[in-house]
Design a protein around this ligand. Structure first.
Ligand SMILES: Cc1cc2nc3c(=O)[nH]c(=O)nc-3n(C[C@H](O)[C@H](O)[C@H](O)COP(=O)(O)OP(=O)(O)OC[C@H]3O[C@@H](n4cnc5c(N)ncnc54)[C@H](O)[C@@H]3O)c2cc1C
Length: 140
């Protein structure tokens, strides 16, 4: 959106494809809400900042899938357990496939929590699997 945001030319130079009249109306009604109360979305007063700068930039946002997390249940030894909690011998899981620490929510404010889990549970699962192989498949 360019500088010419007066009442006649408001938003006309913007390249977003947003209807300029609709944009003008939205911004005017938002700015009005900033002076009193947001009755449309009930946005808290502390977040109501009027839009009246000389220039604005626009970004296009779209919803998308971030990834999947969890699904396979493991015990403290990274052994996969069935629905009754019984160990499935020789089967180990780690990382995203087994991550239930984020269930039900992915905690974005805790940086590295899923990578940390992936690295450490992977190390543990690898070590435990090697131990299992050593004991289960002893050469005669
Ligand atoms: C955009 C984005 C940002 C992220 N940012 C953060 C962050 O800031 N902090 C954080 O902690 N976590 C972050 N994560 C999550 C983090 O990346 C994962 O938790 C971590 O990579 C999980 O590791 P993993 O080894 O379990 O799985 P993955 O890294 O997904 O590795 C699985 C591997 O298995 C391979 N594979 C799949 N199927 C087969 C098959 N049949 N045969 C052979 N190989 C196969 C795949 O190609 C892949 O290489 C982010 C994830 C995304 C998508």
């Amino acid at each position: 959106m360019n500088k010419e945001n007066d009442s006649t030319n408001f938003g006309k130079n913007q390249k977003t494809g947003i209807n300029p009249d609709g944009l003008k109306e939205t911004m005017e009604s938002y700015n009005l809400a900033c002076q009193s109360q947001d009755k449309e979305f009930n946005k808290s007063r502390k977040y109501l900042k009027s839009i009246n700068g000389p220039r604005y930039y626009a970004l296009k946002f779209a919803p998308s899938a971030y990834g999947s997390l969890g699904g396979i249940k493991i015990n403290h030894k990274t052994e996969v357990v069935d629905i009754q909690g019984n160990v499935i011998e020789g089967l180990y899981a780690a990382g995203s496939d087994a991550n239930s620490i984020c269930d039900p929510d992915y905690v974005f404010v805790l940086p590295g929590n899923t990578l940390g889990f992936a690295v450490n549970s992977g190390r543990m699962a690898g070590k435990n699997a090697v131990e299992f192989i050593k004991t289960a498949f002893v050469e005669e």
